[in-house]
Design a protein around this ligand. Structure first.
Ligand code: 4NP
Length: 156
């Protein structure tokens, strides 16, 4: 089993998008029983909430379902249970590192570090317009493909 956790600030825009898209990519590769996907926020501001309606709409237009996801905050247990704890940006990366026990710190990375892209962060779309949400979906799709390749190599 490989446990993957995507982390952003609110767990209503970026990390649920990564959660839904990566779960879809994993299913297409017939690895759903090997790779378990989850998401959480460094804040608990939106605990229990569905993903942002804009994120759900863009995802649905592109064939991804986010409606089953509910926001939750990262817990101590995540650092033990998860194998990959992947932050959407450097601020969330630093926040995660500041609370992660040292024996698990190797699990905490930037999501886009696995992708060969000119950027390494998925920018926060929450206070912006439609462009930001499209950008999140594009980056998450590309990042997911690269992450899946990385994990598959580890499974061989
Ligand atoms: P996310 O976006 O971290 O991608 O879920 C945000 C959602 C909510 C807020 C900030 C970012 N907020 O300030 O409530």
């Amino acid at each position: 089993m490989v446990n993957v956790l995507f982390v952003c600030l609110g767990n209503i825009c970026r990390s649920p998008t990564a959660h839904g898209v990566f779960a879809h990519q994993v299913a297409e590769s017939e690895l759903s029983s090997t790779i378990l996907v989850d998401s959480a926020g460094t804040s608990g501001w939106h605990n229990g909430a569905k993903p942002d309606s804009r994120s759900m709409a863009y995802a649905a237009q592109n064939g991804y379902d986010l409606s089953f996801i509910r926001s939750r905050q990262v817990s101590e247990d995540d650092f033990i249970r998860q194998d990959f704890i992947l932050a959407m940006d450097t601020e969330n990366l630093e926040n995660l590192k500041s609370i992660c026990p040292s024996e698990h710190i190797h699990k905490v990375k930037l999501f886009l570090d696995y992708a060969d892209l000119p950027v390494n962060e998925v920018p926060d779309p929450y206070y912006g317009g439609d462009d930001g949400f499209h950008r999140v979906l594009n980056l998450v799709e590309l990042g997911g493909i690269a992450l899946l390749e990385h994990i598959k190599q580890g499974l061989e």
